[in-house]
Design a binder for this molecule. Structure first.
Ligand code: AHR
Length: 494
């Protein structure tokens, strides 16, 4: 493998390591918010969870949905708690108590060292309610909505910069689902009014709910054609599963993810060309993860915060999550935002027991590694390696890798997944113009059964430290174990 500064893909926007909290299951209630819990602070926020969120270094958290937002009245979640209504949430068949809302979330963000990516309801509501929320949150004062925020005890505006124009509006499961033209027109008008209210915000147009959506491609083209001038990003959502137990196909899903990203970029640039526009629309991959383990878990309809989507992640899921992070970095010139969906309990790296403890899922670690060390610019290595065929794909490289260079700290990091179930790979890296760089740490996750999991009682699936890779002139050699996630850190010697 060869690494050189000229192989730069682009600057890494730190929002690539964003995540997501939805009013769904125990993400909010029993997750980030649990008054009365021994670890709860004066606001009812679980400090044990906040510590882990900080450990993940998540710069932005999308909120409050997801499907939930398409029926949400944001006004229900602000003001005196005693007068907030309980509502039936038709997205998830539960009852929303509204004891946690916009201001609580913003307070939580401040404590968790993160920022908010706010979604507005374009399912059952429209441009007016959306722009009212921008005024409530971002206008300093002297207007009805901003004065209401002040009356609610928040004299300073929250200054939320990133706004999602609804959620998965193409999906038949979505409250207020729309055709691409209906949505394009609504999103365009909503974004226009929201930006007239606060000219400093950026907005995200909903792309298809996944690459498998029947209208994929056409949806992006039609809605973008209408809203291009008033929006900044197009969203992508994708979850992968391994229901059939075919791990080699599962680990190859990043080929499909690459194709997905490429296709959406082609549509964005087609509309740019058609409009002869100078503006480039970038991507917000605002839902991605593995999701399937919790399929068919029953819950009590209309109950409050029942356990939903509580996937317990296998070791092999951590490998795919690592490979998905590499894929996002490979496109960091055009993907500016990406949200691991979600953050706590609901398909999440952090898992709590209501009233009890917390543990780190297997997928916590690759995310934390990339979010800590994947800073600066991404470099695309030139990599030759053996390939395999499997049921769903052909010509899949066994090794997936990317490097990041942080010029401020003179740190170079190589991330790599070895997808081979039985072969150790010898990774030789020619560090062409990185004179003076030497390895300082080599961390990996390997040696676990594919279905090994972490839990409250035992968390065996953790990274471990390896002997440092060897150097011979400018060539660094590291051994990547079968089924492994690897992080090699190098620093310039002073
Ligand atoms: O993240 C869970 C759900 O997946 C979200 O609510 C929705 O946007 C997607 O379908």
């Amino acid at each position: 493998m060869t690494l050189a500064r000229e192989l730069k893909i682009g600057e890494i926007d730190q929002r690539l390591y964003a995540s997501f909290i939805e009013h769904l299951g125990r993400a909010v209630y029993g997750g980030i918010f649990e008054p009365g819990h021994p670890c709860a602070d004066e606001d009812g926020f679980r400090t044990d969870v906040i510590e882990l969120v900080k450990e993940l270094k998540v710069p932005v958290v999308r909120y409050p949905g997801g499907n939930f937002v398409s029926g949400y009245n944001w006004e229900d979640g602000v003001g005196p708690i005693e007068s907030r209504p309980k509502r039936l949430d038709l997205a998830w068949g539960t009852t929303e108590p509204n004891t946690f809302g916009t201001n609580e979330f913003m307070k939580w963000c401040r404590k968790a060292d993160t920022d908010c990516m706010m979604a507005v309801n374009l399912g059952t509501r429209g441009a007016e309610e959306a722009r009212n929320l921008v005024e409530y949150m971002n206008h300093p004062g002297g207007s009805a909505w901003s004065d209401l925020r002040i009356a609610h005890g928040f004299s300073n505006p929250w200054n939320v910069k990133l706004w999602c124009l609804g959620n998965e509006m193409d999906g038949r499961w979505q409250m207020g689902a729309k055709t691409a033209v209906e949505y394009g027109r609504l999103a365009n008008e909503a974004s226009k009014l929201m930006k007239w209210t606060d000219g400093s915000i950026e907005t995200v147009l909903c792309g298809s709910s996944s690459r498998n959506s029947p209208t994929f491609g056409e949806w992006e083209a039609q809605s973008l054609d209408i809203a291009y001038d008033n929006i900044d990003y197009v969203s992508l959502h994708q979850y992968y599963e391994n229901r059939s137990g075919d791990t080699m196909s599962f680990l190859a899903k990043t080929l499909e993810m690459d194709e997905f990203i490429h296709s959406v970029l082609c549509v964005c640039d087609y509309i740019k060309a058609k409009k002869r526009s100078k503006k480039t629309v970038h991507l917000s991959f605002d839902e991605w993860n593995v999701w399937y383990h919790s399929d068919h878990v029953p819950y009590e309809r209309w109950s409050m915060a029942p356990p939903r989507l509580e996937d317990i992640y296998y070791f092999e899921d951590a490998l795919l999550v690592g490979a998905m992070l590499i894929t996002l970095l490979r496109h960091c010139d055009r993907i500016k935002i990406a949200c691991l969906a979600q953050l706590v309990n609901v398909i999440a790296p952090i898992f709590t027991e209501t009233g009890g403890g917390v543990f780190k899922q297997t997928i916590f670690y690759p995310f934390a590694h990339v979010s800590h060390f994947g800073r600066g610019v991404a470099l695309q290595p030139i990599l030759e390696c053996p390939r395999y065929d499997c049921k769903e794909f052909t010509d899949v490289p066994y090794i997936e890798s990317i490097a990041t260079l942080d010029e401020e700290t003179d740190s170079l990091t190589v991330f790599a997944v070895n997808k081979s179930p039985d072969e150790t790979a010898q990774l030789s890296v020619n560090l062409l113009d990185f004179t003076g760089y030497t390895p300082t740490a080599f961390t990996s996750m390997d040696g676990y059964a594919k279905d090994a999991v972490n839990g409250f009682d035992a968390s065996p699936v953790v990274p471990h430290t390896n002997p440092l890779p060897t150097m011979d002139g400018s060539v660094m050699t590291a051994l990547l174990k079968p089924f492994s996630w690897n992080v090699i850190q190098l620093k310039k010697k002073i």
